[in-house]
Design a protein around this ligand. Structure first.
Ligand SMILES: [Fe+2]
Ligand SMILES: [Fe+2]
Length: 494
């Protein structure tokens, strides 16, 4: 039995993100779409198909769907747990849509439907064929119900409605393993493709936009599907592959952040591409300078700080392949070290406001760079200290709203943090707690007991769980340096 629906608090205004128009449009018209969807289902159930109530409902539903598609270039209704998403935007539940939301969640769950994708040219007839079948009582198991709906649509020649399976039921352990595998595959493939792209630029060739797009698409899909596993993988931070994993990590953080800030799938794609390519200008700087251990000479420092505009030049080569996308990527390559107060580099003479995409990438980039081990940074900073610095030191020039969203995304103790518990056990944080009010209570793996004996295998614990008296059996008291204990964090994450 599903838990009762919880109402969302009143809508906060989010003007800083610059995405409010799309988000609020999708929330408003997405809600209308759901109400109309529900109304049409009811009309079909109550009246004969030729009745004006049915006709009117079908016309309205088709009109709303077409309007959203024309504006957003896509229309996907996705059901995940207790939430409904239109494209990547979660609809807010309030008293006016309580009945329609609850009904839709139930009918999708019972029919084994996770997503309904609408394609161009959707007609009233297609809706009628689909909805009259959707609500018909059936004793078939849910997967078979979806299959039979798909077959029914195909027989009727209706190609404008596509039905996808449920995607994230994280409670089933098999499903969780499956999700981790999928995230692993996406991550490994992304690093390999990024390596190809960066190496081809190093050799003076034009990188293939197709390869870049493949990486970004994979990451966006994975984040929309289930973000926790992919974010967890960023904590591995492979020293030898830093250049490639850094680009992929920044892309993952940026897309997950963009999603929190309410961006649409298409905007996430553009953001991901810009994030993946933010340091592409470094491929035009000799590796001996990039990886130099000793202090840099003035000349070498100048070469490093040239990477933002060198990146713009590399991206110009892609311009012929896909103009609109690379324009945003050029801005990000140029602005990602500039800082909000313009105290970074390249130095600019005229006042300017950084683009939202640059602000997001700067946060993702700053975090990944500071928490990684590199040739000249053998001891990385603990993730929690980096987040605190980004939030509290204005000289970092990070956008406070973006940093706040980032802390919400990662939790106060991000994945990969080694922590000491009040039981004197040592543990590695493996994922943020999905519940927003448990930022300081992540999921951990205990690696050693109070006497310092290693636990094999490590014990997985959710710090938000209370015991029979309603108390927390374990609480984090501080973070610790993994090197001091000879712990390789990566061993505990995958
Ligand atoms: Fe950079
Ligand atoms: Fe970077």
């Amino acid at each position: 039995m599903a838990s009762p629906l919880r109402l969302d608090p009143p809508e906060p205004t989010l003007n800083r993100a610059g995405q409010d128009s799309t988000t609020s449009y999708l929330r408003r018209r997405g809600r209308d779409f759901i109400i109309s969807f529900y109304g049409t289902l009811r009309a079909i159930k109550l009246y004969p198909v030729e009745h004006t109530a049915v006709r009117r409902s079908l016309a309205e539903l088709t009109e709303i769907a077409t309007e959203i598609m024309n504006r957003e270039r896509e229309l996907e209704l996705r059901v995940s747990g207790e939430f409904i998403f239109i494209n990547a935007t979660r609809l807010r539940l309030d008293l006016t849509n309580y009945a329609s939301f609850g009904y839709l969640l139930r009918i999708c769950r019972e029919s084994g439907i996770g997503a309904i994708r609408i394609h161009d040219g959707i007609s009233e007839r297609a809706w009628l064929v689909f909805l009259s079948r959707l609500d018909s009582a059936s004793s078939e198991p849910s997967d078979d119900r979806r299959e039979s709906l798909i077959a029914h649509l195909a027989t009727a020649g209706m190609t404008s409605i596509e039905l996808g399976p449920p995607q994230d039921e994280a409670t089933d352990p098999d499903q969780t393993e499956h999700q981790k595998d999928a995230a692993n595959r996406t991550y490994t493939k992304s690093v390999a493709l990024t390596k190809d792209v960066i190496n081809s630029v190093r050799m003076g060739r034009t990188p293939s936009i197709k390869k870049i797009k493949r990486v970004v698409q994979g990451i966006v899909d994975q984040i929309l599907n289930e973000e926790t596993s992919l974010i967890g993988l960023t904590a591995i931070r492979d020293y030898d592959e830093y250049t490639f994993t850094h680009s992929v990590n920044v892309c993952i953080f940026a897309v997950a952040l963009g999603r929190r800030l309410g961006m649409t799938k298409l905007q996430l794609f553009d953001l991901g591409l810009s994030a993946l390519m933010h340091d592409i200008g470094k491929s035009r700087i000799p590796v001996t300078v990039l990886h130099k251990l000793e202090d840099l000479t003035n000349d070498e420092w100048l070469r490093i700080t040239a990477h933002p505009w060198l990146g713009v030049l590399v991206l110009f080569q892609l311009k012929g392949q896909q103009e609109e996308v690379t324009y945003r990527a050029m801005t990000v390559a140029y602005e990602h070290h500039m800082r909000g107060d313009l105290s970074g580099y390249p130095q600019v003479i005229r006042p300017r406001t950084l683009s939202m995409t640059s602000k997001i990438v700067a946060v993702a980039d700053g975090y990944d760079a500071a928490t990684s081990r590199r040739t000249y940074q053998t001891v990385p900073y603990p993730p929690s200290a980096v987040l605190q610095e980004m939030r509290d030191n204005p000289r970092r020039g990070m956008d406070p709203v973006v940093v706040k969203a980032f802390i919400n995304l990662l939790g106060i103790y991000p994945v990969g943090t080694l922590v000491v518990l009040d039981t004197f056990e040592l543990a590695v944080v493996t994922s943020a707690n999905p519940s927003f009010d448990a930022l300081s209570r992540p999921i951990i793996r205990i690696v050693s007991d109070a006497n310092g004996n290693m636990l094999v295998p490590p014990l997985e614990v959710d710090l938000a769980q209370v015991d029979g008296n309603g108390d927390y059996p374990r609480t984090i008291i501080k973070t610790a340096d993994p090197d001091r204990y000879g712990i390789n964090i990566g061993d505990f994450i995958v």
